[in-house]
Design a protein around this ligand. Structure first.
Ligand code: UDP
Ligand code: MG
Length: 312
């Protein structure tokens, strides 16, 4: 699969990262210069930033022929910006990474070395996270819950930072789904995959662009796009309650006939009604999550719109 010195494309989405862009470019240049072969390529996608991010990457793209600067027409979100980057790379190998230097560019040669051992996907698995303990344990449990719910083997603690070979990128491009959860889709396409352990650094500058709401949205995509287990749980739970209520009906009848008294319990009655309606609403909401996703797909809107593309 691997040619001697393949062309490497590095795909990076950026959203309000003006403080970190020049440092990012400096560190990537230093790494790329050491790579054999070439010319390599850096595809930077500005995801509708409101600061000077695009100005900075556009200036770099007009000076250097190896840099491609793309501006999306508004903020479409990390996963869509990543898809835009993947749709515009031309290299034989593609490195997907964040633009906040949490993914160290210095790891790229290691990823390539692993690829040269015959792997089509080499993802980075985090040894240590530098986030607060609440977020860290949320990540920890999310990845584990997801692997329990889906029959797809998504590697634990692997983010988007990865090397993809051309065939994988081509397959990813052909996947039409809107709620993209790329680290899941990457596992879904298959081929030979492996991970290497890396330490995740702190952000070079600025703050995380993932608000709690967005993080939750991504987590829900990760679960609902790869599992129908929640729907099945509703069915099993429904079956159990039906069975239980039948048993109780038999018991009530027995008591009525043989001891001539009806079972009492107003409080218990209210509790059961409230509990069961709660469960029903919960699963209705869950079905809604799937339905909403079907609706999004049916509309068939593009995942992003490119406003400008600068390639010398
Ligand atoms: N990002 C983006 N669009 C967004 C949010 C984030 O392109 O709507 C970019 C961001 O600039 C960064 C990468 O996606 O390069 C990862 O985002 P961030 O570092 O905020 O996420 P975290 O590392 O906290 O999960
Ligand atoms: Mg980050």
């Amino acid at each position: 699969m691997s040619t001697q010195s393949p062309r490497v494309s590095i795909a990076i989405p950026l959203y309000n990262e003006e403080q970190g862009v020049s440092e990012l470019l400096r560190r990537i240049r230093a790494v790329v210069e050491q790579l054999p072969g070439g010319p390599h390529e850096l595809v930077l996608v500005d995801d509708g930033s409101s600061d000077r991010t695009f100005e900075l990457i556009a200036a770099a793209a007009t000076q250097e022929s190896t840099i491609v600067a793309i501006s999306l027409s508004r903020n479409f979100g990390h996963q869509s910006a990543l898809s835009a980057a993947l749709d515009n790379v031309t290299g034989d190998l593609v490195i997907v990474m964040d633009g906040d230097l949490q993914d160290c560019p210095e790891v790229i040669p290691e990823l390539i070395a692993k690829h040269n051992q015959g792997y089509d996907v080499v993802y980075a698995q985090r040894l240590v996270r530098r986030e607060g303990w609440i977020l860290r344990s949320c990540y920890f449990w999310f990845y584990r819950l997801q692997s329990v719910l889906s029959n797809l083997r998504v590697p634990l603690d692997a983010g988007d930072f990865a090397l993809l070979s051309r065939c994988v990128v081509d397959e990813l491009r052909h996947l039409p789904e809107h709620h993209r959860y790329l680290r899941g889709l990457r596992a879904w396409v298959g081929f030979r995959q492996t991970g290497i352990k890396v330490e995740r650094s702190e952000r070079f500058a600025g703050e995380s662009k993932y608000t709690l709401r967005r993080l939750l949205g991504l987590a829900l995509d990760g679960i609902f796009a790869f599992s129908v287990v929640p729907l099945r749980v509703a069915m099993i739970l429904g079956l159990l309650t039906t069975l239980l209520s039948l048993l109780f009906a038999v018991y009530s009848l027995y008591v009525k006939i043989f001891s001539h008294r009806s079972p009492e319990g107003f409080t218990a009655l209210i509790l059961v009604i409230v509990f069961v309606s709660g469960v029903q609403l919960l699963f209705l909401g869950m079905i809604g999550e799937y339905l909403g996703r079907v609706y999004e797909e049916a509309k068939g809107r593009p995942h992003y719109i490119i406003a400008k593309k600068i390639r010398r």
